[in-house]
Design a binder for this molecule. Structure first.
Ligand code: G3P
Length: 417
């Protein structure tokens, strides 16, 4: 059989499910063998693929997080656009089958889909029902607003139910990018970068400054407790230390396995109720599968067949239920509903509902930024300065915007047509 190597960034529970998808596909036929290889976290996997491409030792398929989208799109000679791959391989492929939010994120200006949707997510809020009860809160009512989060956290800490109110994963994604979209304020100019590469960052607006200043204040009394750049904060929730946890809808897989001592509730991300138009809608994250150039016809045929398999309503619906990633096609969403999954698991459709709260605006369609991987590093560094008290929220966000804008100008210079 022809081997089709797939580099991915899914560790732990998610990694096991990726392995199952590959082996199930392999069992359906004998011409191709998809070989999944875990290459570390999202940044490590992407960096490894770029280095391997230079050395001509790259895989056929690589999973790249949404942050790498601008960079991959600009790497024209290195990628084999998925719409072309599917067409040449004679595999059925209809972009309209995918959720609008997903299609919009991964298509070029001509509406062609460049990568294969696989694991899209959106951040939501998880909470510890037992801790809520202990603090005299209603275990079936998650906080709706940031005012609620603050109030609930104080009650929880004062009652000794838990030492920390909430923690967050992916701070830029949840507390700035999705925060901006949910409040319908820009993260960057040019419709958050979709309108061209002469984009400037705008996440140092008054609302973002207010929110980051609040979080810095809350950090002092453990209403908020910082726990790392990706999902490193998860153990604070698993152990019962923090009563609430904001992170990817796909944190569900880890929570199911690791948070066994208490009942978990879910809710939408909180918003500031005095902001007109909030909550607008959240945006996606997660990753898609990119096909790299320089491989043989047979490998590409195998990749295309695998993509068809991967996108089937059955596989997608299974993946959605097992991991919390979004059902990326309308058919998978319908199938999940018809099977009664949402009825049996109240709150399991929170991610989809939150994504679709309102028709997206220019501020809530998503983000398309060059050098975004490096910009995320800058944001992480500056936010950490704020949490440690070394900088004010105002200074941290202004510095992040200034440093990020320099990275955007470098990208613009390199990609000027
Ligand atoms: O944890 P994931 O896979 O949902 O990804 C979260 C963010 O989108 C990463 O940028």
């Amino acid at each position: 059989a022809t081997e089709v190597v797939w580099w991915h960034a899914m560790g732990g529970e998610l990694g096991q499910k990726v392995e199952k998808i590959a082996s199930d596909f392999n069992a359906t036929q004998s011409d191709y063998q998809v070989v999944p290889v875990y290459k570390g976290n999202y940044t490590e996997t992407m960096t490894a693929a770029i280095a391997a491409f230079r050395a001509r030792e790259h895989p056929t398929i690589v999973q790249v997080f949404e942050v790498g989208t601008g960079t991959m799109m600009a790497a024209k000679g290195a990628i084999y656009p998925v719409y072309e791959l599917m067409e040449k391989s004679g595999e059925p492929f209809d972009p309209n089958a995918y959720l609008q939010a997903v299609v919009g994120y991964y298509t070029d200006t001509d509406g062609n889909m460049l990568s294969m949707p696989f694991n899209s997510s959106t951040p939501i809020l998880y909470y510890n029902k037992n801790v809520f009860e202990k603090a005299g809160l209603d275990a079936n009512t998650p906080p709706k607003t940031w005012g609620d989060v603050e109030e609930f956290s104080r009650k929880i800490i004062d009652a000794g139910a838990a030492p920390c109110g909430f923690t967050t994963g992916w701070q830029s994604w949840v507390q700035l990018e999705n925060f901006s979209s949910l409040h319908n304020v820009p993260f960057a100019s040019n419709a958050n970068g979709f309108g061209g590469i002469d984009t400037v960052l705008e996440f140092n607006g008054p609302l973002q400054k207010r929110h980051i200043a609040n979080m810095a204040e809350w950090q002092k009394s453990k209403i908020f407790d910082y726990g790392g750049r990706r999902s490193d904060s998860a153990p604070k929730f698993y152990s019962g230390e923090c009563a609430m946890y904001m992170n990817s809808s796909a944190a569900l897989a880890g929570i199911r396995t690791n948070a066994k001592d208490f009942d978990v509730g879910v809710g939408m991300l909180p918003y500031y109720e005095d902001v007109d138009g909030a909550p607008q809608n959240s945006i996606i994250g997660g990753a898609t599968l990119w096909v790299l150039s320089g491989h043989g016809d047979e490998e590409y045929k195998g990749a295309a067949k695998f993509f068809t398999y991967l996108s089937s309503p059955e596989v997608q619906s299974w993946w959605h239920e097992e991991t919390g990633y979004l059902p990326i096609t309308t058919a998978a969403y319908d199938l999940t509903r018809e099977q009664g999954y949402y009825k049996e698991n109240p709150g399991a459709d929170t991610s989809v509902l939150q994504m679709n709260l309102n028709p997206p605006t220019e501020n809530s369609k998503g983000l398309r930024l060059g050098n975004f991987v490096q910009i995320r590093d800058v944001i992480n560094e500056e936010l950490e300065e704020v949490w440690s008290g070394a900088k004010s929220a105002e200074q941290g966000l202004d510095d992040a915007v200034e440093r990020g804008n320099r990275l955007l100008r470098e990208f613009e210079d390199q990609n000027a047509s």
